[in-house]
Design a binder for this molecule. Structure first.
Ligand SMILES: C[C@@](CO)(OP(=O)(O)O)[C@H](O)COP(=O)(O)OP(=O)(O)OC[C@H]1O[C@@H](n2ccc(N)nc2=O)[C@H](O)[C@@H]1O
Ligand SMILES: Nc1ncnc2c1ncn2[C@@H]1O[C@H](COP(=O)(O)OP(=O)(O)O)[C@@H](O)[C@H]1O
Length: 288
């Protein structure tokens, strides 16, 4: 085998709670994660010259050591003394720095692709451990599906099957850094927290309404304060057919959950033509 194609899917946070701040500056979290069918395409190819070369459709995305795909390949080449060169064609669809874990998912897909291409025989656990070194959400991006994520994101428990639904993603034209949002989180001021157990119960019952009625993301307290447009998008989604709407991760993307395909495409169309969000995408829940 000399080349491999992999899909790197985005995630949304059905809930996001922060338990406390750790001594290393990271935060202990309790989040319900869900993979969606919005994905980047990654083509990894062996090349003769011993180098790492990345090509991407996004002109502003670094293709050097700052790119997570590059970092993972460099690490694996050193660890497994791989002398063959690696060329990657990274076709980005997931918006960057959007709370959708695009970079983390690319890194996870690269671990899986390199494992197959070079027959490295890494177990899922080994890949997750390596992934954690490069980003807290990478272990989940390897696991995929519906999961409870704890610790800084490395303690994962698979949950039952999420009910089938349509997901409309809307990202306003602003960029938010994850570090900034966690750094400005004031845990003493949080009075409303998501009911994680109620959501898990809803997943077990296959009750989309119970899930949607209990969603919550405490990072909204930081990001929405700075960018009120996020709340406007949430309200717009709820007024236009969504049964639940929330900011994902550290933001600024917002997702809406709908049962009806027609209503989902209609909501996305309205978000676009009324210029409410810059990037709008309609997709579905991914269950592995
Ligand atoms: C908020 C979440 C929710 O799923 O996602 P995104 O919005 O990034 O998609 C994650 O917790 C983000 O995970 P990820 O984006 O992989 O984080 P990293 O690159 O490891 O860390 C970026 C920065 O965020 C902060 N950070 C991250 C994770 C965590 N549990 N506590 C933290 O305090 C740290 O300041 C760190 O320097
Ligand atoms: N392959 C990649 N795709 C997207 N972003 C990347 C990648 N590699 C590194 N990055 C950097 O990671 C940061 C966050 O990216 P991303 O994973 O898209 O967002 P988020 O953490 O909000 O889900 C960006 O600043 C970007 O420059």
């Amino acid at each position: 085998m000399y080349r491999i194609n992999i899909k790197a899917r985005a995630k949304i946070n059905i809930s996001l709670d922060v338990i406390g701040k750790r001594e290393d500056g990271y935060h202990d979290v309790k989040m319900i994660m869900q993979t969606i069918n919005l994905y980047d395409k990654i083509n990894i190819k062996k090349i003769r010259k011993d180098e790492i070369k990345i090509q991407t459709n996004l002109s502003f995305l670094p293709v050097d050591e700052r790119n997570l795909v590059y970092k993972v390949i460099k690490y694996l080449k050193e660890k497994y003394k791989i002398k063959t060169g690696v060329f990657v064609d990274l076709y980005k669809v997931i918006p960057v720095a959007a709370g959708l874990a695009g970079g983390s998912s690319d890194a996870a897909a690269t671990l899986v692709g390199m494992n197959k291409l070079f027959n490295l025989r890494m177990s899922m656990n080994e890949m997750m451990e390596i992934g954690t070194m490069f980003g807290a959400d990478i272990p989940y991006c390897l696991l995929r599906g519906t999961a409870l994520s704890e610790g800084i994101g490395e303690k994962l428990t698979s949950l039952g099957r999420f009910p089938d639904a349509y997901v409309v993603i809307a990202k306003p034209g602003i960029n938010v850094s994850t570090g900034f949002v966690y750094g400005n989180l004031d845990l003493s001021s949080i009075d409303v927290r998501p009911d994680t157990d109620k959501i898990i119960e809803g997943i077990d019952k296959g009750d989309l309404h119970q899930i949607c009625n209990n969603m919550g993301n405490i990072l909204e307290t930081v990001t929405i304060k700075k960018y009120p447009v996020i709340n406007e998008i949430k309200d717009y989604m709820m007024e236009n057919g969504a049964i639940g709407s929330l900011m994902t991760g550290s933001g600024p993307s917002v997702f809406g959950i709908l049962e009806d395909k027609h209503k989902a495409y209609n909501l996305a169309h309205k978000l676009k033509v009324n210029n409410i969000a810059k990037f709008v995408y309609t997709t579905t829940i991914f269950n592995s």
